[in-house]
Design a protein. Sequence first.
Length: 381
Amino acid sequence: MKTNLILAAIAVVLGLLTFWELRKDRQTFTAYDTIPRLFEGFTAENVRAIQIRQPKKKPEGDKKDEKPKDGEPAKPAEFDVLVMVKDDQTWKLADGELRGVPLVTSRIEVDILDHLKRIRIDRKALAKAEADDAFLRERNLTDDTGTLIQCIDANNNPVAELILGKDASGGKWGEEVLKGYYVRKFDSKNPAGNKDVILYETDYWVLNTDPDPWLDKKIHQFEEGKVKSFAFRNPKGKAAFTKDKVTDAAWKAVDAPAGTGAVRQGEVQNLLSRFRYVAAQKFRGPLPAKPVLGERGLEPGDFEVSATLEDGTVYSLWIGKKIPETQEMYARANTSNFLFSVNEWDRTPYEKDPVEFFDPAPASQPATQPTETAPATQPNK
């Protein structure tokens, strides 16, 4: 009985401690949630365009902060600019030769929009009110030294403008090191208006105006179980396969090399599995004219692979010549309006001799005669 009373008392004490801890956490969260946001009312759904502007990096060897000679006007600052626009639910590159290439939506949300929603302004976060130009310049918070982020709505009005400055930690680590980035709210209509500097506590926030890291490199992706026909061609020959129904287990040959027997199901399925997802190594610009495509081995294509789904959708890939001084090959696809490249090893699975996808013909069975069926290359529906 005495033991039970002791255990009951301990349970009550632990329950009270848990209750007070949960209440404390709830109060802390509630108190934090009452801290005003830097951009009150900001929602990602209202953003239809984003511009990131950064000062151009000087080539190595250039003199830094070179002052103009007496009587000479100061050289205007030069910038690199990245502009992204949202079309329905898809973010795309807005300018340059890759205009229209889809972007990685999740990266835009995590690297830009989520940060803008999280920044709060209170006495603790305020690093310096009404900072002078020297303080701002030292922390890369002037409009010609910092990273300017502008979010625009459907009416071309700015809904959030921010200058992202230096890392407050200075690249150092440790419990005593100040973590976060200096930021300043910006107003394009009054650039000198707001000079309050905020310390935004976050582990990492570095943006880039180079389009490449933002590009969605996926060329196509489909479900293997929905494929009704599959074909490929390379310098060694060609082969094509089909199913009466996509639920059938076995592939049937509709185009086979001479002297071959039964289809090696595993070989076909392995190649199809490789083809179900294709990504670009790098986008190389808009598709050029046919003569240029021919020079690059893409008209019609040194290698051609095609899959047709049950609903008639076609996915086709052409791989051409090697790009000089790289380990990449020119490529194009019917799902993209851009020339791109794939790694040399991405071509390897399609280099197999079509004969390897078939057993030898039995001695008692007449050898297969080659057919004229070519891989399907009609436009994607």
